[in-house]
Design a protein around this ligand. Sequence first.
Ligand SMILES: Nc1ncnc2c1ncn2[C@@H]1O[C@H](COP(=O)(O)OP(=O)(O)O)[C@@H](O)[C@H]1O
Ligand SMILES: [Mg+2]
Length: 278
Amino acid sequence: MSAYPRPVAADATTPRPLNSQPKVRIDNVTMSFGAFTAVRDVNLTVADGEFLAIVGPTGCGKSTILNAIAGLLKPTKGSITLAGKPVNGVSHDVGYLFQQDALLPWKTVEQNVELGLQFRGVAPDERARQSRAWLEKVGLKGFEKRYPHQLSGGQKKRVQLAQALIVNPEVILMDEPFSALDIHTRHLMQSELLRLWQENRKSVVLITHDLEEAISLGDRVVVLAAGPASTVVDSFSVDLPRPRNVAEIMMDPQFMDLYRKIWSSLKTEVEKSYAQHP
Ligand SMILES: Nc1ncnc2c1ncn2[C@@H]1O[C@H](COP(=O)(O)OP(=O)(O)O)[C@@H](O)[C@H]1O
Ligand SMILES: [Mg+2]
């Protein structure tokens, strides 16, 4: 992780070459559960180093798409590639951050963080070394021996972040990771995420129903249609400068402009969805 040059801010604003191969490529993907088609004909690419945010009404298929990228669900039709390789079963090249608390309650913080390395056969000493380094990076030095129940909601999220990043994944997938946190903790965690992301700019796919979060974090916001048979309806690039202050960026006129534009697209879908399930 330390092989990338600093300073952080300069690296974060350096444009990537446009012709580099996409990290994630979703080609004409349809996902059905029996007779029910959740998403249909989804086409989406995520560039190397891009932070992509996906928004859409509840139940439109956001998690389904993310699970397909992770290789947890197999598309009914179409294909997905990750760093040029077809996704075929659970991928070791992704870091996954769930909404729900996914820590193992019987393991300590450092044992939880080490899990991904353990699955990959990394030796105990090296696991412990990296785990300690990551815990320090996410601000949890001194918490190594605690158990998950001894942590606050925000601290658990930090452990999950360390857990996702320690495996040095090609892509980080996040499914509404901060939605259960109070607003101040959420802003704090969003800042932490951006700070860590800017150190080496992995590709990120963030699912959220929170448009504010999508714009303040993303390079691009994609809007999904109301389900069933949801698909991509719009894509907006977010040209707000980085590094960003997530607690204040919504007061920026450029942010507000963008919010209005994207919301008018998203609102249509949210209303459709609500009409179906009042
Ligand atoms: N395993 C499953 N079996 C049947 N239907 C499912 C399954 N998983 C998701 N769905 C349905 O697919 C749709 C999309 O779900 P999901 O991807 O979880 O939505 P979102 O994450 O956008 O809220 C929903 O209608 C949901 O009920
Ligand atoms: Mg979901």
